[in-house]
Design a protein around this ligand. Structure first.
Ligand SMILES: NC(=O)c1ccc[n+]([C@@H]2O[C@H](COP(=O)([O-])OP(=O)(O)OC[C@H]3O[C@@H](n4cnc5c(N)ncnc54)[C@H](OP(=O)(O)O)[C@@H]3O)[C@@H](O)[C@H]2O)c1
Length: 281
């Protein structure tokens, strides 16, 4: 095997070299209970000083820092998407796709480099692409119209207090709307239950800090895949992984795996960490 495609597993021991490809494709994805509830997971890449997004001088607003993005983490991101029944995304992500600001199209990428992931889905009997579930408060019908070309089921998830005219226009564009909240916002538990009702058992959030807050506040998240890129970035305007009011109680995690990837970008490395939420902590 090409040594540059290897990473070092540090935990659980003993330390062992492993192939980068397949690392997250084969990782067990189950919560081990018989509740029938979907397994919910997310992932982030962060600088050592906790930045997941910084000012984007080219497009305005924030985006993932170009100084930490790298192909090796991207491979694992695609592997996690390959395993999902549905991707949870924010309306902001769709807006960025429309304006060309988004990092890439929705996974699983059609780039030939990821052809094995499409074959893997086919072998599992999964549809070619995971469904997309867009969390939104603003419910902009023009975003729904953009989804017409996506070759996968698309759902918009909203709270009950939503503009009824916008809702009718979204549905007219062929998008299913799920009401999963009592007020203006989507609530994690209602969303997961609704998607379980659609027959989905693996939900992958590729959204940011507000959606993470939504999933943690209702205790529906099971796993966090977190890449720590070994750079400090500084800067005054940035996002961290989590937004919103302080969690009370805080969410506690236990490490499930830790991999060292020494060759991510220009000789700088990264840790791939996998954390399971501690139920009842
Ligand atoms: N480094 C990384 O790994 C990583 C990963 C993900 C994202 N990011 C970055 O983080 C930044 C923020 O990402 P993001 O906008 O995707 O994520 P976000 O902050 O989780 O989501 C924000 C948007 O999602 C909708 N939303 C969130 N929670 C909702 C709820 N409970 N109910 C209804 N709607 C809800 C709202 O849409 P409306 O505006 O329609 O109301 C809101 O504006 C971006 O710069 C992104 O690039 C980085």
């Amino acid at each position: 095997m090409n040594p540059s495609r290897r990473v070092l597993r540090l935990y659980p021991g003993p330390t062992e070299e492993c192939a980068l490809e397949g690392l997250y494709l084969e990782h067990p994805l189950d919560h081990g209970d018989d509740s029938g509830r979907p397994f919910v997971y997310t992932n982030f890449i962060s600088s050592l000083d906790g930045r997941i997004a910084v000012e984007d001088p080219r497009h305005g607003g924030h985006s993932v820092p170009g100084t930490i993005i790298n192909d090796r983490d991207w491979r694992l991101f695609q592997e996690l998407a390959a395993r999902a029944d549905a991707l949870l995304v924010s309306a902001r992500f769709l807006r960025d796709l429309a304006t060309g600001k988004a990092q890439d199209v929705l996974p699983v990428s059609r780039d030939p480099a990821y052809g094995d992931l499409h074959e893997w889905r086919a072998r599992q009997g999964l549809p070619p692409q995971p469904a997309v579930v867009v969390l939104t408060r603003s419910l902009d019908p023009s975003l729904a119209e953009l989804c017409e070309g996506y070759e996968r089921p698309v759902y918009f998830a909203v709270g009950a207090e939503v503009d009824r005219t916008a809702l009718a226009r979204v549905e007219a564009a062929g998008v299913r709307v799920i009401t999963a909240g009592r007020g203006e916002s989507v609530e994690g538990a209602m969303l997961v239950d609704a998607l379980a009702g659609e027959g989905m058992s693996r939900l992958y959030s590729i959204a940011g800090p507000w959606v993470l807050d939504t999933l943690l506040r209702n205790g529906v998240l099971h796993r966090l895949y977190l890449t720590h890129f070994h750079r400090l970035l500084g800067g005054r305007s940035f996002d961290t992984m989590l937004e919103g009011d302080a969690l009370d109680p805080p969410s506690s995690f236990e490490p499930r795996a830790l991999y060292y990837d020494p060759r991510a970008d220009d000789g700088v490395g990264q840790f791939f960490t996998v954390y399971d939420i501690l139920a009842g902590a």
